[in-house]
Design a protein around this ligand. Sequence first.
Ligand code: SAH
Length: 308
Amino acid sequence: MKRGLFLSTAAARATRSIAYGSLYPAHTVPHRLTFTTPSHRHSRRHTFALLPTTALSSCPLLQNPNFLTGNRNSPFRGMERYCSGSSINRNKGMVDHLKSYGVIKSKRVAEVMETIDRALFVPSGNPPYVDSPLSIGYNATISAPHMHAMCLQLLQENLQAGMRALDVGSGTGYLTACFALMVGPQGRAVGVEHIPELVSSSIPNIEKSAAGTLLREGSLSVHIGDGRLGWPEFAPYDAIHVGAAAPEIPQPLIDQLKPGGRMVIPVGNIFQDLKVVDKDLDGSISVRDETSVRYVPLTNRDDQLRGS
Ligand code: SAH
């Protein structure tokens, strides 16, 4: 943390060292929560952005208290310049920024994020290229660009041409569209979302994007359903992405992962870890924590709409 106010808390003195810091001038006051956890090899440092209620109410980007998403490489700083300007290359500017922060490491991920314009998926009136999650209604968010980039990075080996990908909690359809471009017309990208209105609005988003042809031709599909059950029709999947935090990894998703496949899923309640789940060719499962994150919950529709 370069600038910041460090607070000592009981929690900090207990198992984790927690520091809160300010990255922006006081009126927006985003905070970062940083803590270190010991692991078997070296201690890991986790950072994610925190906004206090005052910032939430004053910041039009972040009206939903469930907005939080981030990790230690969070490239919040400097992204505000993508709020304004008229360049048609603003989406590319966002990708370049994520590259310069090392979040995007591969050419394929850069290419797909350059090709799928995030602006097509962000509700109008919001600045699409800011590295922040944005409310999409129904107590849901479109994840921040750095989280989309990180998940694409983690899954890219399992998003080769001809492979199958499942996007659970497909929301706006952004990542489903990215998956579809990566696996191509011989592959299959499947989105599952339990809010029918979000499925309905994701379809024109995808249609307008570079993945529109794949939707029309059928290698990309979006379905209304409880994503905790996966989507058995097209299983097994080489890649599964879950865009909402589960209390534990749902067994149907493990079952629908192909041997050699990989799932990326946030797990936890207040403290969440982005878990990388690999299924070996012999069917054995290994799980590791990639980083600390905060996502909206993977839950049932009524609880989500109630915000509970
Ligand atoms: N990845 C998407 C949306 C992320 S927000 C994007 O970036 O646009 C998480 C999404 O998961 C929300 O759209 C929410 O409605 C959905 N969701 C939560 N629980 C779900 C469940 N049980 N089944 C399907 N979708 C779910």
